[in-house]
Design a protein around this ligand. Structure first.
Ligand SMILES: Cc1cc2nc3c(=O)[nH]c(=O)nc-3n(C[C@H](O)[C@H](O)[C@H](O)COP(=O)(O)O)c2cc1C
Length: 375
């Protein structure tokens, strides 16, 4: 079997980056890894003449059983009807909620420029629509109203009635990020395994979406409670979906090139650390300078002068650091040390001088470096 060449792993010089080479090797060694390029969310009709066997459902269930997470199947006609009715109601509620519908629509990429700019979101190609509708939609932009109508009719008339079964991935703690992350990983494994078996999956998360909205907007828990009656007590759905055999091939969704993501991450992480470090060191040096000023203002005679001058010189060191590190260090030392020497018998001023030199040195070094590039 041949897979498309992953040009997205090419660096600027068009040679694969070492990180990419490593990850591609390990991915290709994994049994489900080779299906990554074949796995797509499948939103078209499923084959109603083919059932998904209990053995297949059990095999997927086995991937989901772990501490705190579980998978529930809805396979009987009554269960499927209850899930379908609730999903249609949730879809209507999402569309009727102007804010929510507008937020969803912002992800819709209706023209080529948008798509190339964002390289993410929802497009017409993987929507499961016929070739004719896809072609027309690319010529005539889709309005939010048309998008809403298409979502409701697609869900109600095609996706729900042709599903072989529905599933719900659950967690025991909705606020536990480790469980949520784990549920996401389970979903990915299930989707890859289903793809190997020729099965299609599609998240149908309208009920979860509504339940989240109810909790964040303080609405009556209509969908939260209705879904809870279909699950074991103490479990919460985080991903509801349908399964079946697809009748048509699914098309790919937009993706950012892996190289973009890897470069962004590589640049971002150290830059953020550097920026945080820089801010903390400068802020703490400023606090030490203020303490010098405060001691100066409260003292008398020579110590008053040394305190006030010390504080001002430490602030001057911060101001000078971007231009001359040497000048900044001289100002820092001249500002910090005299007060400590003049009042060596007190613990406070020598300790303060030590802090001024240590933290101030770090701040001066950081301010002397060029700004991190987060591009
Ligand atoms: C938490 C979550 C909820 C989702 N809900 C829906 C949904 O309700 N309907 C749908 O068609 N796709 C849903 N998706 C699928 C995404 O739209 C899809 O993964 C994305 O468009 C990328 O496409 P791909 O899976 O084909 O690569 C959901 C995905 C996630 C992770």
């Amino acid at each position: 079997m041949r897979y498309p060449r992953r040009r997205s792993c090419r660096g600027p010089s068009h040679s694969a980056t070492p990180a990419c080479k490593r990850s591609l090797t390990s991915i290709s060694e994994h049994p489900a890894g080779v299906t990554i390029t074949l796995r797509h969310t499948s939103r078209g009709a499923y084959d109603t003449a083919r059932t998904v066997s209990n053995r297949q459902l059990d095999a997927l269930h086995a991937l989901a059983v772990a501490s705190g997470t579980d998978l529930v199947w809805f396979t009987t006609p009554a269960q499927k009807q209850a899930f379908s009715d609730l999903t249609v109601r949730a879809t209507k509620a999402i569309i009727a909620d102007d804010q929510r519908a507008a937020d969803d629509y912002r992800w819709y990429r209706s023209n080529w420029q948008d798509l190339q700019q964002h390289k993410d979101g929802i497009t017409i190609d993987p929507s499961g629509q016929s070739g004719l509708i896809r072609a027309v939609s690319k010529l005539i932009p889709t309005t939010q109203q048309q998008n809403n109508d298409g979502r409701l009719s697609g869900t109600r008339d095609t996706q729900l009635p042709t599903a072989a079964a529905f599933g719900a991935l659950t967690v025991t703690e909705r606020g536990d990020r480790a469980q949520l992350l784990h549920a996401g990983r389970i979903w990915q494994r299930m989707h890859l395994s289903a793809t190997v078996a020729g099965l299609a999956l599609q998240p149908l998360c309208q009920i979860c979406e509504r339940a989240d909205r109810e909790s964040s907007a303080g609405l009556a828990p209509e969908f939260t409670d209705a879904m809870a009656t279909m699950l074991s007590t103490g479990t919460h759905p985080v991903m509801t979906f349908r399964i079946g055999y697809p009748v048509s091939a699914s098309l790919a969704s937009p993706r950012r090139p892996a190289a973009d993501v890897i470069h962004a991450w590589q640049n971002w992480s150290p830059s953020m650390n550097q920026t945080l470090h820089r801010c903390w060191a400068v802020a703490l040096t400023g606090v030490v300078a203020l303490l010098y000023l405060w001691i100066g203002v409260s003292a008398h005679g020579g110590q008053r002068l040394l305190g006030i001058a010390g504080g001002l010189l430490i602030l001057a060191a911060l101001a000078a650091a971007p231009r001359s590190r040497t000048a900044a260090l001289v100002l820092l030392s001249v500002g910090a040390l005299p007060l400590a020497v003049a009042s060596w018998w007190s613990i406070v001023t020598p300790v303060l001088a030590l802090l001024a030199l240590l933290i101030g040195w770090s701040a001066v070094r950081n301010l002397g470096r060029p700004s991190p590039n987060i591009a």
